[in-house]
Design a protein around this ligand. Sequence first.
Ligand SMILES: O=P(O)(O)OC[C@H]1O[C@](O)(CO)[C@@H](O)[C@@H]1O
Length: 630
Amino acid sequence: MASLSGLCSSSPSLNPKNPTSKPIPSVRKDFVAFPTRPTRTPSLIQTQSVAREVSSDLSNTNDSVPKNAKKGLEKDPHGLWKRYVDWLYQHKELGLYLDVSRIGFTDEFIAEMEPRFLAALKAMEELEKGAIANPDEGRMVGHYWLRNSNLAPTSFLKTQIDTTLDAVCSFADEVVSGKIKPPSSSEGRFTSILSVGIGGSALGPQFVAEALAPDNPPLKIRFIDNTDPAGIDHQIAQLGPELASTLVIVISKSGGTPETRNGLLEVQKAFREAGLEFAKQGVAITQENSLLDNTARIEGWLARLPMFDWVGGRTSEMSAVGLLPAALQGIDIREMLAGASLMDEANRTTVLRDNPAALLALCWYWASDGIGSKDMVVLPYKDSLLLFSRYLQQLVMESLGKEFDLDGNRVCVNILNILIFVNQGLTVYGNKGSTDQHAYIQQLREGVHNFFVTFVEVLRDRPPGHDWELEPGVTCGDYLFGMLQGTRSALYANNRESITVTVQEVTPRSVGALIALYERAVGIYASMVNINAYHQPGVEAGKKAAGEVLALQKRVLAVLNEASCKQPVEPLTLDEVAERCHAPEDIEMIYKIIAHMAANDRALIAEGSCGSPRSIKVFLGECIVDELYA
Ligand SMILES: O=P(O)(O)OC[C@H]1O[C@](O)(CO)[C@@H](O)[C@@H]1O
């Protein structure tokens, strides 16, 4: 019998199909139920988060989840106030507070986690010094250098960072001042930005625009962040004649992401149709010599700015990716960088109580048992921070959602003396308060207990001089405040844990600090659970499968085209198409391809209907004489 605490190697004998595997017991924390103060043990996790494989004959195990029992949450008001004061973190210069008192961690837990915390900080130190912190891709991880280039491990990298920042600032200044202008707009200056990019090449700029863009920015921003043709058409239609004064920023680290390429091609077509010269209005932000970079260089685009190999997409907000769009909207990017840098500084201390990112990571670990057994609901009580949860979704989930740890093992946990494999991750969702009060907070208060909350509080309601009392002694912002505090209390009363991050105001400085806080918390948490936070192997699987679907579609088209070029036209059943494609096992996908083409008038159904796949006979509307279809 193996030790019952730990990380397990992925031995083939643990395959779910292996007959030696035992069924997963249905275990829920609620089974250890106490009416007011539930005692939870970290080794009991919710069934929805457990993996499918179980074995009681495991080797190579060690600690994955501390075994100290979770105590009930403090409910005594004096005890709670003491806990609040004892653990309250404040960053004076940033005006940022972190309250972790409503997470129920114990002193024993902190003591038990200390070695991991210190090891994680050591790993962060190495990372900042330029270690290959992303071993799979053999890359350094250098987003922290972006806000303090003196930290860059070589003078070459420092110069790259400084030069790029200067280039971003001067290009933005020249565009905003009208020195760089669109070639054929009556406006005489650029008025809009159309940002084309996806994932980390969109989410940061979207979050920052929503949070910080002034009401009347020098350039308004729009985004194309998908390959949805209707969505793209909508953005272009909304621009209308303003396309002539629109700066198109195409952002892709790799320079080869299909959705972004498609967005670019669609926008270029719109430019052609409007009689505009795209190159004079196009900017590329990408790695040197990527496909996008080469295209931009050959076509002579207005500007090209670099993305660095050592900056991941989801941590690229402080690179040209986030800085250029922000600067063009009149956002003070040096303040954003300063906020991030101050936060980074704070997160280097080995004193846990003074390290906000480590506090966050420990809370996540406690609340989700170090295996993501609970979701993180992010609730900013401020409209302008609406996109924070969406931004964090990628930052956290793409970083932490991993099957294997850094040693190539899968995590396993002990549930009632049975070891169960779990994949790592931490689910993030949320919108904003108090809007969500009228949507899903009912479930948070009384429904399935599978989450912890992060409240984001902004102390300043609106700029000075604009406030008024809509009833005696009470402003609109007081209501928002009351809703936040009320929800926090009501959730806690029902044993729902929460963290509260408070900032004075939503400013470039505080937004920079928030981004830096979460970037570091993710890094520390990943170290604590021994995973690579900086790669995304799972995303590749979906991309590869999408490529295979498109390759199959081309074969389907060729087969249909051949039959449709016959005289008379030969409508084919799905079985016939699959057989001629030499892909009988892909018949369902072939059906979906044909149904999609038929819905878009690119294939004609001769017989039957898409609701009865076996009845379908299909052909193309015209015979295409093109070698691509051969
Ligand atoms: O900037 P790129 O290379 O276009 O990638 C966009 C996004 O795609 C991903 O690689 C996932 O597919 C993200 O990590 C990244 O932010």
